[in-house]
Design a protein around this ligand. Structure first.
Ligand SMILES: [Ca+2]
Ligand SMILES: [Ca+2]
Length: 189
């Protein structure tokens, strides 16, 4: 493995610092706590030769924080520039940046909304809510009735204009009331 530092130009690093919530040091540092180190560790054989190698989603999901996150695959797909879950370093950096401590809550909320919007219609409808709940409860089965009741409870609470789905504004409203939210959307370098 060569010196990580020589892999990126000063200009590239400046861009990364400008476009993310990271410092240049956090992007690239010859220590275990940089974004590029994390990326390289997922596939040293590929990234060692090509700093911008595109890694398949299966490799990205080896990242511990994503492995334990029920939305791991959705997260990869939302940040993947090809929308298929495969990530370049820039996709990965973007992901790490949004999940970092420094990213504001509003930015995290925006991405969470995209992660939860499975069908991509800019609303969280009942089918999105159903898929979110299924991922959250994992192997626990929920009867059809209980599932419907749960979705109805969420809508009663959060669907302020009664159109049967949550808009981003309605979603943000819930997020602002939930103190746990930031903890779920956080990955430390
Ligand atoms: Ca939707
Ligand atoms: Ca609504």
């Amino acid at each position: 493995m060569g010196q990580g530092k020589s892999q990126f130009s000063e200009e590239e690093l400046q861009d990364y610092e400008d476009l993310t919530y990271f410092t240049k040091k956090e992007v690239l540092q010859n220590s275990t706590s940089s974004a590029h180190h994390k990326f390289k560790n997922l596939a040293p054989e590929k990234v060692g030769h090509n700093k911008n190698a595109k890694l398949p989603m299966s490799k990205i999901l080896h990242l511990t924080e994503l492995k334990v996150n029920p939305f791991g695959e959705r997260i990869c797909k939302v940040f993947s520039s090809g929308n298929d879950g495969d990530c370049t370093f820039e996709d990965f950096l973007d992901m790490m940046s949004v999940f970092s401590e420094a990213a504001p809550k509003s930015v995290k909320a925006e991405h969470a909304f995209r992660i939860f919007d499975f069908d991509g219609d800019d609303m969280l409808g009942t089918s999105d809510l159903q898929q979110i709940i299924k991922k959250l409860i994992g192997d626990n089965e929920l009867s059809k009735n209980n599932m419907q009741r749960l979705i109805q409870n969420i809508l009663d609470e959060a669907d302020l204009d009664d159109d049967g789905a949550l808009s981003f504004a309605e979603f943000e409203h819930i997020i602002n009331k939930s103190s746990d939210f930031l903890n779920v959307f956080r990955i430390r370098l």
